[in-house]
Write a protein of this length. Sequence first.
Length: 330
Amino acid sequence: MEKKLKIVAGIAAMAVIAITFIAVFNHKNPVNPERITLAVAAQPISVPVYVAYEKGFFKDEDLQVSLPSFSAGKDALALVLQGKADFCTVAETPIVFAAMKGKSLYIIATMAETTKYLKIVGRQDRGIRSARDLAGKRIGVTLGTNAEYYLDALLTYNKIAKSRVKIVPYKVEDMANALMNGDIDAALAWRPYTSRLQKLLGGNAVTLEDDSIYKMNWIIAGDQTFISSHPETVKKVLRALRRAERYIMENPTESAQIIARVIGAEDNALDNYNFYLRLDQSLLLLLEDEAHWAIDRRLTDKNSIPNFLNMTYSKGMQAIDGQAVTLIHK
């Protein structure tokens, strides 16, 4: 009898050990997850962040992520520069302007790219049928963003001097009323705002775009001090985003539904975006090109190009996918 009791007790002990083992290796909600703030531009191209959040990929990395949202990436970046966020999603142009002001930040990866990010939605009743009709028109633009860079490139390509258009500064979320009221003749914006502008104007809308003049990079950047002192956190964020990238590729319909639910985007909001987490030399070339543009157009009081290589943090991407890092170190 005593021998049987010992056997039963041994089995029970082994069961407790097994249960404990399973619990340790399958926990999804740590008692003390690391808290970070990722300021996100509420746009379809930020979908990897939303997928990682909704599908629990951040939680799997023991991260509790706060996602303050903004209509423009430059405002998300501003939160990082104010010390109120650790990371942000942003296009390359606001980073150029921040660098020209000597701000300290790190680019940890490019999350996506596209040639179809920006569109001009104009009023046909103001005589706009093509890009060349923009001469003499009032165009709403969110300054300090890649919209400003794109408009300059579009005007140059169509041989329209910048002095021949009236650029009217607007926040992207305020352009609908301005366009409907006739305060501007056209608005330069991005999704989901372009779709809303098109719906508001209906048959009076004309949409202008040129995917040959600009390829936008959508970036994950962060506070330089935080990133330098939290290398493991950077890896966790990147691993979660890499899982999200794969999920988007394998589940495009559900991913589109997530972004539609979160920000109210249309069903085809993810069309024409290439989601690929990387850190490559082409980004540095684009940053340098836009810095030259800012200097030439006197949008900055600086006259030298920042060293953008020094603004990249490659250790995180090297750790999760070294082949996705193609920076050239001089």
